[in-house]
Design a protein around this ligand. Structure first.
Ligand code: SF4
Ligand code: SF4
Length: 363
């Protein structure tokens, strides 16, 4: 059988490092974090960006961990920019100085996406596991505004902070953000270990949607609000990644090339390394990237469902985690035989009051 047709990826998520001063319990990084000595070198990353631009990628998102933990961040941004890529820095802000931000500006950095762990020091420092993190972040946000970077604020929402969504929106406005991502926690990586501490209630999820819709109407033309809903309280899955290996390509710190940041959890797939096989060949021809492209891989009920061209059967990693089969219907879908069990577990987790388990780097 020939491989399904694929268009070039539009965006690359470059996870430069897993090192990070914070230890957020909802971190989507894998439980087995890569050490510094396993990270791609500066030249290997630069080659990745050159190849990305040549194959049609438009944006590169410098991410991690905390990308500012790499001392060569400025050099990589400059290289990516020279290659013709739009550059976005996804950062907690911790570890950035005004001087470094000015250097990044000189290198051509186009955009900053700042994460928010909480609306005050008590919540932010608790969630980030870093005392003084909130005050530091507010200082960095001020520098971002003064230098003039376009800013997106990213707030991961969960059981412990959903009731403070209005304050989150107010902080985005105070910071001068142009865009706010209200992202309900997705249970991959460290977040999956923290289901019982973070799962929102159905009522919180319902209220969040109302709050977002009202704010969108009130702030039209001032702040764009993106909303990632609580899919464990939904009847249909989201179109995860816009379909497997369709628009985005991720590079892990060790050079593993993935269709999404959680894809390494899928058993039976081998992911090539960016410094061992040309990126273009991996994207178009590797077994892992073609495994769930198109519709031929689908099982029932997805195979004969009219919504399959809209949601692509949901998330393959969630199907793997809950159904034990990455080709199964995402159990978030009401047509999945596992949906009732998913809802029962989500409601039990939402009622729980478990302690946070913090993300930890290996010794
Ligand atoms: S989610 Fe938190 S711990 Fe994970 S990379 Fe982002 S700031 Fe660091
Ligand atoms: S059956 Fe599959 S394609 Fe249909 S709505 Fe559910 S997940 Fe989507």
């Amino acid at each position: 059988m020939s491989a399904p047709r694929a268009n070039p990826p539009m965006a690359m998520l470059a996870e430069l490092t897993h090192r990070c001063p914070l230890s957020c319990p909802y971190c989507s990084n894998p439980l087995e974090l890569e050490r510094k000595d396993r990270e791609l070198t500066t030249d290997e990353w630069k080659d990745v960006f050159t190849q990305a631009a040549e194959m049609g990628v438009l944006h590169v998102h410098f991410s991690g961990g905390e990308p500012a933990s790499r001392r060569d961040l400025e050099e990589m941004v400059a290289h990516a920019r020279d290659a013709g890529l739009y550059t976005n820095l996804i950062t907690s802000g911790i570890g950035l100085t005004r001087r470094r931000l000015e250097a990044l500006d000189s290198c051509g950095l186009d955009h900053v996406q700042l994460s928010l762990q909480g609306v005050d020091a008590q919540m932010a420092d608790l969630v980030g596991g870093y005392k003084g993190g909130f005050d530091r972040k507010m200082q960095v946000a001020g520098w971002i505004g003064e230098i003039g970077f376009p800013l997106t604020l990213n707030a991961v929402m969960h059981k412990k902070n959903f009731d403070r969504l209005e304050e989150t929106i107010a902080i985005a406005l105070d910071m001068g953000a142009r865009r706010l991502e209200v992202a309900t926690v997705q249970f991959h990586g460290w977040a999956a270990k923290n289901r019982a501490a973070l799962m929102p209630t159905r009522e919180q999820a319902k209220q969040a949607r109302l709050t977002v819709n009202a704010a969108r109407a009130r702030l039209a033309g001032v702040l764009v609000i993106d909303y990632v809903p609580a899919d464990h309280h939904s009847d249909y899955p989201k179109p995860c990644m816009g379909g497997w290996a369709s628009t985005g390509i991720n590079i892990a710190p060790d050079g593993s090339v993935l269709p999404c940041h959680a894809a390494h959890t899928i058993e039976g797939l081998n992911f090539d390394k960016a410094h061992e096989r040309p990126l273009k060949d991996i994207w178009y021809n590797s077994h892992a990237f073609n495994a769930f492209r198109g519709f031929d891989w689908m099982q029932e009920p997805c195979r004969s469902c009219e919504l399959k061209t809209k949601d692509f059967g949901g998330c393959r990693c969630q199907a793997m985690a809950i159904a034990g089969d990455a080709a199964a219907t995402d159990p978030v879908c009401i047509k999945s035989p596992l949906h009732a069990e998913l809802v029962r577990r989500a409601e039990a987790d939402a009622e729980d009051d478990a302690d946070l388990i913090y993300r930890l780097m290996p010794d």
